[in-house]
Design a protein around this ligand. Structure first.
Ligand code: SF4
Length: 483
């Protein structure tokens, strides 16, 4: 079976679940070679991305009591905190001053915080011109229980406050046998996936994570990957996958951490199974700089973030730190060009060494009243998400139109075109207004992009506009989904 699997990977074919499980029988270097081949296929340009940001944990008070967590404090215990705006302000200003584009915002499940606290928190951060990549699924499920609102309603409230995207934390292993042993008071695997599906339906990009190397079997690790792959087939909302190894220091669970061999093997298997998730991130915060650098040859194409602040892994006693300069040096000396992105993975700077995110996101563009071509909408709240000549979402589903000539984008600056917030989403054939009678893929594409799809024989069945957190979308082109 292993030779069949290798042949399928080399041909770009999808692995069956039993083949995904059999990957663990391959040796490390073969897995690395295959994963790197897939990485090059998905990202032919020799570039590695990273984001300049800060992890802010707004509270460490938590009722979940996960056995793998050294960060939380139970309600009423010494050392519990909730960050005030006065405490947040210098952190935000420093992030902004250092060229940061956003905040990764997560916290414990604190029963004393109302939904308005979260809304005000997001609004406060957005005042600094920073994106908010916040609230992993356990927090959303907890808020839903606290407020009696549905998951979608909670998400809508947060999006209205300014939430931009959602981190994929709290996934651990998406198998309830493992979850009930690790964190019995946390959301189930199905709930985690339900939050992500709801977020994707609202147009929010999210990441997905996997914390491995504790109680799970290799079959359960594989099951986790397949659940992510299945949901991604439906929603296309995951921008990246981030596997990281359990750090036992200071935790109730204890034990040993997975070593670098196990980490690299898991990273490579992730790249090979998750054929529909565009980006794979290294975890230098748990593996350190040297293994993170090697991970770039095992399927990863993203170096994560500068993490001007990190508290959760640090609580276990693991204290790897890297400056932006060091990250760029590590990427360059591994043979790649560093590129800054934001938390949405939609914007990758084209500039050279020393380019800061603030250079790439200088100011919102002036509104444009005369679209360059039919269908490009003037946009006042953000600039186009892709720089001229960059590839966008179409490349990720194998329908790769030719790149625009250098210096030319499909839309003029300030227009919403085929930016990084292109979305593919599965929709119910019978949803109101849908002209579809079978499962399909809906694509918010740049003007004319659908013609590239048509040339490749994908059947176009109609188009319509959607309400999104940013206003009404460009026409959504609907195509038959070929699987
Ligand atoms: S991992 Fe999150 S939910 Fe679990 S105890 Fe720690 S802070 Fe609470």
């Amino acid at each position: 079976m292993l030779s069949t699997i290798i042949a399928k990977i080399e041909a770009g074919a999808r692995l069956l679940p039993k083949e995904a499980l059999a990957l663990w029988d391959l040796d490390l270097l073969t897995l690395g070679r295959l994963a790197n081949r897939v990485r090059v296929r998905l990202h032919p340009e020799p570039q590695v991305t990273y984001v300049v940001d800060r992890n802010i944990n707004y509270t460490n008070i938590c009722v979940s009591g996960c056995r793998f967590c050294a960060f939380y404090r139970p309600p009423g215990a010494p050392g519990g905190y909730v960050l005030s705006e006065a405490e947040l302000a210098p952190k935000l200003q420093e992030t902004k001053d250092l060229g940061g584009s956003g905040i990764l915002l997560q916290g414990g499940l604190n029963p004393d915080l109302p939904l308005s606290y979260y809304e005000n928190l997001v609004k406060f951060i957005r005042q600094y011109g920073l994106r908010v990549h916040g609230f992993s699924p356990p927090e959303i499920v907890f808020l839903s229980h606290q407020t009696g609102l549905s998951l979608t309603q909670v998400l809508e409230r947060l999006v209205s406050a300014g939430l931009n995207s959602i981190p994929g934390g709290g996934a651990e292993i998406l198998v309830d046998r493992v979850r009930s042993a690790l964190s019995p008071r946390k959301c189930t695997a199905a709930q985690w996936l339900e939050v992500m599906a709801a977020a994707h339906r609202l147009g929010l990009a999210t990441t997905a994570t996997m914390m491995f190397g504790h109680l799970e079997t290799l079959a359960e690790r594989t099951e986790h990957l397949l659940k992510i792959r299945d949901l991604q087939d439906e929603t296309r909302g995951f921008t990246a996958f981030i596997p990281w190894s359990f750090q036992p220091g200071g935790t109730a669970l204890g034990g040993e951490t997975a070593g670098s061999w196990e980490y690299l093997k898991t990273l490579a298997v992730s790249r090979l199974v998750l054929d529909n998730v565009p980006n794979l991130q290294v975890s230098w915060v748990t593996q350190g700089a040297k293994i993170a650098q090697i991970a770039l040859s095992f399927g990863a194409n993203d170096f994560g973030s500068t993490m001007l602040e990190e508290n959760v892994v640090a609580a276990t006693g693991v204290t790897f730190r890297l400056s932006e300069t060091e990250i760029r040096r590590l990427i360059t000396s591994a043979g790649y060009e560093p590129r800054i992105r934001d938390h949405g993975y939609g914007s990758v700077a084209e500039g050279g060494r020393g380019l800061a995110a603030k250079d790439y996101y200088p100011q919102p563009p002036s509104p444009t009243s005369e679209p360059r071509s039919t269908g490009c909408q003037p946009v006042q709240h953000r600039q186009d998400a892709c720089a001229p000549g960059q590839k966008c979402w179409e490349t990720r589903i194998g329908l790769n139109p030719p790149l625009p000539p250098a210096g030319q984008d499909a839309c003029a600056p300030g227009q919403r075109g085929w930016g990084g917030e292109l979305e593919g989403r599965a929709e119910e054939p019978d949803s109101p207004g849908s002209p579809l009678k079978s499962p399909h893929l809906a694509i918010i594409a740049r003007v004319g992009a659908h013609e590239d799809f048509l040339r490749q024989g994908v059947r176009y069945v109609g188009g319509r506009r959607h309400a999104t957190p940013f206003g009404e979308s460009n026409p959504v082109h609907l195509f038959e989904h070929q699987g």
